[in-house]
Design a protein around this ligand. Structure first.
Ligand code: G6P
Ligand code: MG
Length: 209
């Protein structure tokens, strides 16, 4: 009796991890902090503030709240410049046709993303109208694995949590979904996670769940 589907954005609908990496990398380089693509994997699904804390684990200096806020703003400015490179071609035909078919089948579709840049990314890729609801990083005070962003999404769709599937590429997102009684679907790295109720390799497989 699934009536709604809630999609994480980064790593599920499109891929922004390389842009996050480049933006954080230039901040880390400027501060003389070691950062690589392996560490970047830990930022998947993690909020901007928590991402900075992960990067600062390797810093020798200590940073005040004001300095941290300045670094986050600087990172976001670089990141948003990079996002301007994104366009409709950054969403695969498979993702587009899956969203279309799910809508034809009558499912309510929402985004559930920690990113405060969600609307900007959806606009760049031409996907704003593909969703009935958008729940994002601007609407929440606790990030994944807290389920707040998904609970808001279900509320926007007017559905109960256990009538919704949550599609996630991050372990923290699967934990968030499970914590509030959603059905969880792992894709990408989260498809290796035993906590995921369903595991898929390609988004179109949700048409068969
Ligand atoms: C998503 C990404 C994370 C990112 C977070 C916040 O969850 O997977 O890597 O840190 O959004 O993004 P923002 O655009 O608000 O900085
Ligand atoms: Mg993600």
């Amino acid at each position: 009796n699934i009536k709604g589907i809630i999609f994480d954005l980064d790593g599920v609908i499109c891929s922004t991890d390389e842009y996050h990496y480049q933006a954080w990398k230039s901040i880390a380089d400027e501060e003389g902090i070691y950062f690589d693509r392996n560490i970047n994997e830990r930022l998947r699904g993690v909020s901007r503030a928590e991402s900075l804390e992960i990067i600062l684990e390797r810093a020798t200096a200590s940073y005040s709240p004001e300095q941290k806020a300045a670094l986050m703003e600087k990172k976001n400015n670089i990141y948003r410049e990079l996002l301007k490179n994104m366009g409709p071609r950054d969403v695969t035909e498979e993702v587009r046709s899956t969203l279309r078919k799910l809508r034809e089948k009558g499912y309510g579709l929402s985004i559930g993303s920690s990113s405060k840049n969600t609307r900007f990314i959806l606009e760049r890729t031409g996907l704003t109208d593909a969703f009935d609801g958008i729940s994002d990083g601007n609407m929440i005070s606790r990030s994944k694995p807290d389920p707040e962003v998904f609970i808001k999404a279900a509320g926007i769709l007017g559905l109960k949590n256990d009538d919704c599937l949550v599609i996630e590429d991050a372990v923290s997102g699967i934990d968030a979904a499970n914590a509030a009684g959603f059905h969880s679907v792992g894709i990408g790295p989260a498809a290796e996670y035993e906590g995921a109720e369903f595991k898929i390799q390609n988004l179109s497989e949700i048409l068969d769940i």
